[in-house]
Write a protein that binds this ligand. Structure first.
Ligand code: NDP
Length: 452
C-alpha cells in the first residue's frame, strides 16, 4: 500500500521534533509533523528553558548582595519584571524559530494544527484533510492539572506564570514537586512574598530524604513561607485578591495562586481508544521497551507515555524509535540511572537510588558531608550544601549520588558518567580532588557516616 508519509509525528516538542528530523535527515524517510501550539513544546515554550532563565533572573538579587559583601559598591534590588518578561518572550520566539528551521532543513513537512488518529495508518488534521503514514509517532506531551475544588478556576498553572502582566505581591504555590519547589525559589528570589502549601510531610517526595530536608530548610531560611501537611480546601475571589481556606484552618488572601499539582498526558479526544491504542490508569499511552503501542503501526514517546517525564529522556526515546523503525537496529530505551537536577534554590543534583530505597534493597554504607561553601560563607551567608554517596557493601558500587549545592545540576552530569560506568567508592577515592571546590568532597569522604 502507498502511504503519503513513511512517518507522521503528532507533537512538535523535544521528542517529536528530534524523531522527525532524524528520521527525515539521517534515515531519508518522508516525514510529516503536526503541532497545534508552538514548536519546542513544554520544555522550550513553557517549561525547562523559560524556567531556567527565571532561575537566573531570581538569583541576581542575592548575587548583588554577595557582591556588596565582597567589596563591590553596587545597588541591590529594583527588579523590573516587564523588562525581563519581554526579553524572555523574544527569546522563546527565537528558539521556536530555531525548531521550525531544524524541521524545514531536514525536509520535514509541518502542519500548524491539531491532528488526531483516524485509523492505524491515518491522521486527520483539524482542517479536515487526512494523511496516511506507514508509521505514526505520538509525542503528545502533558498538561498541568488543577485539583477539583471550589474556586480552582481562579488559580494559574506553570503555563501562565511566564506571561504575567505584573508580579503578584503575595503568591501561593500549591504542591511539593519539581515545579512547585522550583517556582517557590524563583518567585521568592524575585521579591514576591511566596507561600507554599504541600499536603505531605516533606517536599520532593521520592528523592533522598536528607537532600529534601536540607532543600526545605534552606528554602524556608531564604524566605519561602512553606507549610507542610497543608492543602487548599476552597478559594474565592474577594476585593483585594483570592481568599484561600487551608486544611490547617487558615484563611488568607493572595494576589495569585498557582497550582503545581502534577501533569496529565495529552490523550483526550485523540481517537486513540477507537483504534485500539491502550491507555493506562492515568490516561498515559502504554508502550513496550521499543515505544510501540498496542497498535503495531503506532508508537509513542515522551511525557505522554508516563515513563520518566524529562526532556532528555523523550529525546532518547525519539532517537531509539528511529534506530528501531527506520535504521533496522532494534534499540530499547535505557531508563536506568538517569541523572537529574531540580532547580530549587539550592539546586539538587541526583542520580541513582536514595538512601531509603538502597537500604531496602541491600546492605549499604552512606558517605555524607554538609558544610558552608566558601563563596557564600565569605559573604556572611549561612547556606549549607550536601554531598552524599550511597554505596553497596557487597559490590562497592556507588548506588546513588545526591548533591544539594549551587551548580549541583552541572556536577551531577559528570558524576552520572562515573556511576553509569559502575564506579565503586574506591574509584571515587582514587580520583584526585580539584581544589578548592565544593565537589572535591565527593572524592575525600573517607569514613561512612552510617551503615544500614
Ligand atoms: P510532580 O508530580 O513532581 O508533583 C506534583 C505535586 O503536586 C506533588 O507534590 C503532589 O503531592 C502534589 N499534588 C498532586 N495532586 C494534588 C492535589 N490534588 N492537591 C494537592 N497537591 C497535589 O509534578 P510537577 O508538575 O511538579 O512536575 C511534573 C514532572 O515534570 C516532574 O515529575 C518531572 O518529571 C518534570 N519536571 C522536571 C523538571 C526538571 O527536570 N528540573 C522541572 C519541572 C518538571 P504528592 O507528593 O503528595 O503526591
Amino acid at each position: 500500500m502507498e502511504f503519503d508519509y513513511d512517518l507522521f509525528v503528532i507533537g512538535g516538542g523535544s521528542g517529536g521534533v528530534r524523531a522527525a528530523r532524524v528520521a527525515a535527515g539521517e534515515a531519508g524517510a518522508k516525514v510529516g509533523l503536526a503541532e497545534e501550539s508552538r514548536y519546542g513544546g513544554t520544555c522550550v515554550i513553557r517549561g525547562c528553558v523559560p524556567k531556567k532563565l527565571m532561575v537566573f533572573a531570581s538569583e541576581y538579587g542575592e548575587t548583588a548582595k554577595d557582591a556588596q559583601a565582597y567589596g563591590w559598591k553596587m545597588m541591590a534590588g529594583g527588579f523590573d519584571w516587564p523588562t525581563f518578561r519581554d526579553k524572555l518572550e523574544a527569546e522563546l520566539d527565537r528558539l521556536e524559530g530555531v525548531y521550525r528551521n531544524l524541521l524545514a532543513n531536514s525536509g520535514v513537512e509541518t502542519f500548524d494544527m491539531r491532528a488526531r488518529i483516524a485509523d492505524p495508518h491515518t491522521v486527520e488534521l483539524s482542517d479536515g484533510t487526512r494523511k496516511t503514514a506507514k508509521h505514526i509517532l505520538l509525542a503528545l506531551g502533558g498538561w498541568p492539572v488543577k485539583p477539583d475544588l471550589p474556586g480552582a478556576e481562579l488559580a494559574i498553572t506553570s503555563n501562565e506564570i511566564f506571561h504575567l502582566d505584573k508580579l503578584p505581591k503575595r503568591l501561593l504555590i500549591v504542591g511539593g514537586g519539581y515545579v512547585a519547589c522550583e517556582f517557590a525559589g524563583i518567585m521568592n528570589g524575585l521579591g514576591v512574598q511566596t507561600t507554599q502549601y504541600y499536603r505531605g510531610a516533606q517536599i520532593l517526595r521520592g528523592f533522598d530524604e536528607e537532600a529534601r530536608g536540607l532543600v526545605s530548610e534552606e528554602m524556608m531560611q531564604s524566605g519561602v513561607d512553606l507549610h507542610l501537611g497543608t492543602n487548599v480546601l476552597e478559594m474565592k475571589q474577594v476585593e483585594d485578591g483570592i481568599w484561600v481556606k487551608g486544611t490547617n484552618g487558615s484563611e488568607r488572601v493572595f494576589d495569585q495562586v498557582m497550582f503545581a499539582t502534577g501533569r496529565a498526558p495529552n490523550t483526550t479526544d485523540m481517537g486513540l481508544e477507537d483504534v485500539g491504542v491502550k491507555l493506562g490508569r492515568r490516561g498515559e499511552i502504554e508502550v513496550d521497551e521499543f515505544s510501540q503501542t498496542s497498535v503495531p503501526s503506532i508508537y509513542a514517546i515522551g511525557d505522554v507515555t508516563g515513563r520518566v517525564e524529562l526532556t532528555p529522556v523523550a529525546i532518547r526515546e525519539g532517537m531509539a524509535f528511529v534506530e528501531t523503525v527506520f535504521k533496522g537496529n532494534p534499540t530499547p530505551v535505557d531508563h536506568e540511572l538517569i541523572p537529574t537536577a531540580i532547580f530549587t534554590q539550592p539546586e539538587i543534583g541526583t542520580v541513582g537510588l536514595s538512601e531509603e530505597d538502597a537500604r531496602d534493597q541491600e546492605p549499604i554504607e552512606v558517605y555524607c558531608t554538609s558544610f558552608k561553601p566558601m563563596q557564600q560563607a565569605f559573604a556572611g551567608r549561612s547556606d549549607r550544601v550536601l554531598m552524599k554517596l550511597v554505596v553497596s557493601q557487597k559490590t562497592r558500587k556507588v548506588l546513588g549520588c545526591h548533591i544539594v549545592a549551587p551548580g549541583a545540576g552541572e556536577m551531577i552530569q559528570m558524576a552520572g558518567i562515573a556511576i553509569k560506568m559502575g564506579a565503586t567508592k574506591e574509584d571515587f577515592d582514587r580520583t584526585v580532588a580539584v581544589h578548592p571546590t565544593m565537589s572535591e568532597e565527593m572524592v575525600t569522604m573517607r569514613q561512612p557516616v552510617r551503615t544500614a
